[in-house]
Design a protein around this ligand. Structure first.
Ligand code: FAD
Length: 383
């Protein structure tokens, strides 16, 4: 699969599967299994996997384009897809001792039959996902783990979960280890419903692991090496992907606003809203400028990820922080420009507005990113 093939496939799935059901799934809080099946059949679940396990070995440029395309139709599905790509990347980066057991799982991902996700956040450490409170306990086979994970996208739908826990002998708050937990593991359960303000169709429910046994072959990182994997494997793609979700939301808000300003009429004046009101045209222009600015920022991050340099981590931090703000600002402007039609839910704008608020909340939150950027500019330690 080439970059262009991947984007075409994403467009086809967006128009055939996502667009027709996004509104209903949002209303019902329904996870789209059809979307995941289509992503699997098209080969997109294996987009970034190496070719030797059946993947397409495509990089951040294609990933960002595919995610933005999906998000334009349904941001819930785009986020499910992003969390899967992150789970798959973490499995793919597993330590050599896990290779034999994870290879068949990677082949299932390459074949589009396995959905993965991340289970990092815990209620006690909240958005500070790098500091799990639960601790793994060693046994003869590997470890037993009992974390209560507070938000897990695709909970109950994924076939595997990348779970963090403090290493058995870890001394500090970031001395974590990452484990691969298969959905059928005894002790694993979804611990409650998902009824969020936005991204309502992505099943980001809490999950409980009750004394789950994880054999050492499913330990993905060395003891205490979970934190560097979170920073080096997960964070760059997560920040890029959430920025791409934000871009898709902005593009959808722009398209919805253009359509409304062209089609809604002041009949007594014989003009559309757009023809009649320069204030609305100015708001639309500001939305376009912000959306194109975000698109350029994402391209810049892609370039930094393709050719890593000293400023790459700074760009990783900046991109998600900026994207969260832009998505909220552009979708808020759309709500205002489309007025009562948006407020009364006659347009999809209010779904985009609610979905746009998730990006800034998802860790690392916009506030935390700004704190990290400020500290790094001043040469201070981040953790
Ligand atoms: C739709 C959705 C899907 C999610 N999916 C997953 C998933 O698949 N896997 C997973 O592990 N987690 C997931 N999460 C969890 C997410 O990453 C956060 O851990 C979670 O939102 C915690 O939020 P909180 O408001 O409780 O955090 P809190 O830490 O209570 O934050 C509250 C406020 O304090 C601010 N704040 C916190 N720390 C600092 C700081 N150091 N400096 C400045 N400000 C700070 C925050 O920005 C925020 O405004 C998901 C969240 C959402 C909304």
């Amino acid at each position: 699969m080439t970059h262009d093939d991947a984007v075409l496939k994403a467009r086809e799935i967006a128009s055939r599967v996502l667009t027709p059901s996004a509104g209903q799934n949002d209303k019902a809080g329904r996870f789209s299994t059809e979307a995941v099946e289509s992503l699997g059949e098209s080969g997109l679940l294996g987009l970034t996997m190496p070719a030797d396990v059946g993947g397409s070995a495509l990089g951040p440029r294609t990933l960002a384009a595919v995610i933005a395309t999906l998000a334009e139709a349904d941001a819930s599905v785009a986020m499910v897809y992003l969390m899967h790509i992150l789970g798959a990347a973490t499995i793919s980066a597993a330590r050599p001792r896990a290779t034999q057991i994870v290879t068949p799982i990677l082949q299932e991902i390459g074949a589009g039959r396995h959905l993965s996700t991340l289970a990092f956040s815990e209620a006690g450490s909240r958005s500070h996902f790098w500091a799990p409170l639960s601790r793994a306990h060693r046994n003869s086979n590997g470890v037993r783990i009992s974390p209560k994970k507070s938000w897990v996208t695709s909970a109950g739908h994924a076939q595997s979960y990348i779970v963090s826990s403090l290493a058995p002998e870890g001394a500090g708050p970031t001395d974590s280890t990452l484990y691969l937990l298969l959905a059928q593991t005894r002790g694993f359960s979804v611990a409650g419903p998902w009824d969020g303000l936005g991204l309502r169709a992505n099943a980001s429910a809490p999950v409980t692991l009750d004394d789950c046994e994880v054999p050492s072959s499913l330990q993905l990182t060395d003891d205490g090496a979970g934190f560097p994997a979170m920073l080096n494997v997960v964070l760059p793609l997560f920040n890029l992907g959430t920025a791409a979700v934000a871009l898709g939301l902005c593009r959808a808000a722009l398209a919805g606003t253009v359509s409304h300003l062209k089609n809604a009429k002041f009949e007594h004046l014989g003009q559309s809203l757009g023809e009649s009101l320069p204030t609305l045209r100015a708001q639309l222009a500001a939305m376009q400028i912000d959306t194109d600015g975000l698109s350029a920022r994402i391209d810049d991050l892609v370039e930094h990820l393709e050719k890593p340099r000293e400023t790459t981590m700074l760009r990783v931090l900046e991109c998600k922080a900026a994207a969260g703000d832009v998505a909220i600002s552009v979708t808020s402007a759309a709500m205002r420009a489309c007025g009562g039609a948006a407020f009364s839910k006659h347009l999809n704008i209010e779904r985009l507005f609610r979905d746009a608020h998730a990006g800034a909340v998802m860790a690392p939150t916009g506030d935390v990113l700004r704190e990290f950027i400020g500290k790094s500019l001043l040469g201070m330690a981040l953790f």
